[in-house]
Design a protein around this ligand. Sequence first.
Ligand code: AMP
Length: 381
Amino acid sequence: MSGNDALPPNATIGIVGGGQLGRMSALAAARLGYRCHILTEEADSPAAQVSAGATIGDYEDPAALGRFADAVDVITFEFENVSAAGLELLAARKPVRPGPHVLRISQDRMAEKTFLNATAGVATAPFALVETLDDLHAAAARLGLPAILKTTRLGYDGKGQARLTTPADLAPAFARLAPKPLILEGFVDFTREISVIVARGGDGASVAFDVVENRHRDHILDLTLAPAPIAPTTAAAARAIALRVADALDLAGLLAVEMFEDRDGRVLVNEIAPRPHNSGHWTIDACPASQFEMHIRAVAGLPLPPAVRHSDAVMKNLVGIEETALWPQILATPGLIPHLYGKKDARPGRKMGHVNRLFAKGALPGESGIAQALGPLGPRV
Ligand code: AMP
């Protein structure tokens, strides 16, 4: 397969990563007539359970990466943190979509924010690289407090972060997070967190789903509201930003752009993820072509249909032990559309599945209506 040629039916798409994003991508790929082959560290991973094949091995092991590349026709990711050397190895053997340059940017918060400001021309929180405690004092003086100190790499769901409120917080936070490279970000006093998912083909054609609002609990996504209840001008700005970032990356694949709407109605990018995203799970049931189908189409060089929504939707994650235990009640509640990821053991903070609830277009209810519509999950929101 080369250039923008469409991947023929029955070809094999290699997915790096064995989690639920790979699982739902593989299910969408199967509908389009493709097989998936997963690179995963765990034999019984959610993605491998529903795929034609798997290579079980370490993401950094050249032998495993080589075996995986030999088994597939094109490669994509649901897990981004493969080393530069690993990416080179994969890209030397098979087309990798999105390309390694996109992963290198999204893996590192400094590279990401620098790219967003300087190349894509979109606004983020102000930021500074922090290598020493002196750097941190200088950055805090420049950006002001509160501010958020983050590891530049491998942070997710609020891990590898510290909120700095007073000068006394600086030294302990630095001691906890260093010697990893760190970034200090100015605190955004946001009214809500929003995101947009863009699919872009190798030919440069792109589509963007509607802007959604994301609510977190304990730093983990809890609820997505589609569409976000925001002013049309804000929604248009957020979609334009996401499309602009995808173009600036010369993306072939899927991109989630997480943003803040601040008190002045400005939209600032928080981070990007060049893969399917938890904030796009509502598209499985509320759109003719979900984010997972768009992902597979973009990677396979197929045309991208419009990213339209036939319904409004709320997505509620099932996280940890208590919410997963509500499974029988969820199944017994009309209107709740269940998705479980095939993970054996529920653990605190582990994403075990999600539930979508659809509403007529334009009829997304208010807070109490959402809680009521979620039935047994209502008291959890
Ligand atoms: P992240 O891992 O960068 O997505 O951060 C996790 C969460 O921390 C975000 O979803 C926000 O709720 C919060 N957060 C991160 N960065 C900032 C910031 N610069 N200002 C305010 N809140 C932030």
